[in-house]
Design a protein around this ligand. Structure first.
Ligand code: ADE
Ligand code: ZN
Ligand code: ZN
Length: 240
């Protein structure tokens, strides 16, 4: 996602944190505001200190796999990817042997990666770099499939991240319960299934008209909400 999407996810998560989790996160963050830390991982991905973290933002596999096979493939991947990075950073966050500074870094990666794995085009195919290499026309302008899903569709709403969080944060208690029970491979599978549909659609025509927004903005909004709820779930689990 772009900056806006990541902030929406963190803002929604903040609304669903336990008292314990909120207190410990405040302790780690100091004067930093939680939603404003959500896109930090994108800012540092090209810095020497965080060299090699670029692949932490996405996970690519062949398309067309059924669920069980997909999960098998994901778990076998050895090169750095979002699944490995999320699992490792969650572990670091729980590890009593890590310093406060290390935990703050782990927290910021967790917040960011939970967001990114809910962006369908971040759980996709390597050949076209998750749609970055697929040129599309959207409302007369040249863009690419990845960028459209990172920010193009959400920008169309013309709202601040706080406004979007208020608008979207209306899950039913049953949805919260269900979403927080799902494990990370299920989140990935959902994104993977959506990105396959988007690839198939784009193959038919890469010129999108005004109908693309009402057809797909609800999916963007669902994914941001699910990411926020699930982020709160993992953080509540980490911080007891
Ligand atoms: N680079 C290569 N694959 C990518 C993906 N799925 N998302 C973002 N950047 C990428
Ligand atoms: Zn992206
Ligand atoms: Zn990212």
């Amino acid at each position: 996602w772009g900056v806006q999407g990541h902030r929406v996810v963190a803002k929604i998560a903040e609304n669903h944190l336990s008292k314990k989790a909120k207190d410990q996160i405040t302790l780690l963050l100091g004067s930093e505001r939680f939603p404003l830390t959500a896109s930090w991982a994108d800012e540092v991905r090209n810095s020497p200190e965080f060299e090699g973290t670029g692949p932490w933002h996405f996970i690519n596999t062949p398309l067309g796999l059924p669920f069980d096979q997909y999960v098998g493939v994901v778990k076998e991947l050895k090169d750095p990817n979002a699944y490995i990075a999320l699992t490792q950073n969650l572990k670091d966050l729980k590890d009593p042997g890590k310093t406060k500074e290390q935990k703050l870094v782990a927290l910021k990666f967790v917040v960011h990666i939970v967001g990114d794995v809910h962006q369908p085009m971040h759980v996709s195919r390597a050949e076209d770099k998750g749609g970055n290499a697929i040129q599309v026309k959207y409302q007369g302008k040249d863009t690419n499939l990845h960028s459209l899903w990172d920010s193009g569709l959400l920008d169309y709403e013309g709202m601040t991240y706080s406004e979007l969080a208020v608008l979207l944060d209306k899950p039913t208690p049953l949805q919260v319960q269900q979403w927080q029970k799902d494990d990370i491979t299920k989140w990935l599978w959902e994104s993977y299934s959506i990105s396959q549909q988007l690839y198939a659609e784009t193959e038919k025509s890469a010129t999108f008209d005004y109908k693309y927004v009402p057809a797909h903005l609800p999916t963007v909004e669902d994914r941001l909400l699910q990411a926020g709820i699930r982020l709160a779930g993992v953080l509540n689990a980490v911080f007891g």
